[in-house]
Write a protein that binds this ligand. Structure first.
Ligand SMILES: Cc1cc2nc3c(=O)[nH]c(=O)nc-3n(C[C@H](O)[C@H](O)[C@H](O)COP(=O)(O)OP(=O)(O)OC[C@H]3O[C@@H](n4cnc5c(N)ncnc54)[C@H](O)[C@@H]3O)c2cc1C
Length: 365
């Protein structure tokens, strides 16, 4: 039977970041991906925002890995010419009560060590963004956007340069412990089976990370939480310069329907949050355009209903169920040589290089 040192299951931004971090010529690292290409899962259906780390509870992995990941990402992007832009972001209050919420976010962000945050007045907000409506805002200068595909390409190229190997169209169908190693059973698209053994396994299977964990008896339950987007057309180019967010939803389920932009300046609204059955259904209902219009017009008064069209969607792999409180990332060696990464929802892309360093230093160094 073929043998390898480390097997990474899943070629999304997390698996690829880990592969780039741990690979070296004297180590056999295999990345297994069930799809025909890398990055076709959660990682290609997100907002591409480099988050600052304001929202997450102090001391959580989400807070610390996001803050570290933010710094590493800007450094990597500048050094390796990965398209990105430090746009900055405003979280805006449109009612008096929301100003109080902003104050809480501000102190949470400061506790999380986020540099450069400031509370700004109505006048200062209008100075930065004359076309939005707000009574006050929290300004995060180190929030930005990045091309997640270029980021993943960078991680993959780096991993391959360091002699990792990637195998596509290969789904992990079972895993067993065998004489201190992990025996991995795979199946390709034609239904052909193959098995090999690995000293270590890194489970970075995104929406299926709980299924993989279950193969060795670890019990996690992911809830699928869909986020729909609407595109915006017919508004003047450059009408806003920064990402504009409302005060977030309760319980940290989502950040509230907000305005983001891609690197070409195209504006979009979303994502919202809807818990769905366990199925990868990416359809966006036509009615979302009206709902998004009603919620965004409070702080984006220039929007007209006809500017907004249903667009793409993504699915979050949430450990937090609809009635639960905050749940953190799980990044844990649950059995000797078996590392689970479960519940890697937002800010997973931002945190990816920090997660990779954490996994290497703690478990694979
Ligand atoms: C709507 C939305 C918006 C978001 N916005 C942001 C944002 O702006 N900023 C940010 O930092 N984060 C954001 N995130 C979070 C971020 O996108 C994720 O944390 C990150 O992409 C997760 O990457 P991953 O590698 O874990 O998962 P994936 O990209 O899904 O990769 C997992 C891979 O595993 C493969 N796989 C699954 N099962 C198997 C198997 N049995 N065998 C082999 N391969 C398998 C899949 O095919 C997939 O390619 C957002 C997420 C969503 C859903």
């Amino acid at each position: 039977m073929e043998k390898t040192d480390i097997t990474i299951i899943g070629a999304g931004v997390i698996g690829l970041a880990i592969a780039a971090e741990i690979s070296r010529p004297d180590l056999n690292v295999f990345i297994l991906e069930k799809n025909h290409a890398h990055g076709g899962g959660i990682s290609s259906r997100n907002s591409e925002v480099i988050h600052g780390g304001i929202y997450y509870p102090a001391g959580s992995m989400k807070a610390s890995l996001c803050a570290v990941g933010n710094k590493i990402l800007y450094g990597l992007a500048a050094k390796h010419k990965i398209p990105h832009r430090r746009t900055g972001k405003l979280i805006v209050a449109v009612t008096r009560n929301e100003i109080e919420e902003l104050e809480h976010l501000y102190s949470n962000g400061r506790e999380n060590g986020i540099a450069g945050l400031s509370m700004i007045s109505k006048k200062q907000t209008a100075g930065l963004e004359p076309n939005i409506q707000a009574l006050a805002a929290l300004h995060s200068p180190d929030t930005g956007i990045i091309s997640v595909h270029d980021l993943m390409n960078y991680f993959l190229t780096e991993a391959l340069r360091r002699k990792a190997q990637i195998v596509y169209n290969t789904e992990v169908a079972g895993i067993e412990k065998d004489s201190g190693r992990w025996r991995i059973f795979t199946q390709n698209k034609k239904g052909e089976a193959f098995e090999f053994s690995s000293a270590c396994v890194v489970n970075a299977a995104g929406l299926e990370s709980d299924t993989i964990a279950d193969m060795i008896g670890n019990n996690y339950q992911l809830h699928y939480c869909k986020g729909d987007y609407c595109s915006i057309s017919g508004v003047r180019e450059g009408i806003v310069q920064r990402l504009i967010y409302p005060v977030p939803e309760k319980k940290n389920i989502g950040l509230g329907v907000h305005l983001t932009m891609d690197l070409n300046g195209r504006l979009k609204l979303g994502p919202d949050t809807t818990y769905i059955d366990r199925k990868e259904d990416y359809h966006v209902a036509a009615g979302k355009a009206e709902i998004f219009f009603q919620s965004a017009r409070k702080f984006l008064p220039f929007l007209k209903r006809e500017n907004i069209q249903p667009d793409m969607s993504g699915i979050r792999p949430k450990l937090q169920g609809p009635d639960d409180d905050f749940r953190d990332f799980v990044i844990k060696e649950d059995a000797s040589g078996f590392i689970n990464l479960v519940g890697i929802e937002s800010p997973g892309m931002t945190a990816s290089p920090a997660i990779a360093r954490f996994v290497k230093d703690k478990y694979l160094g």
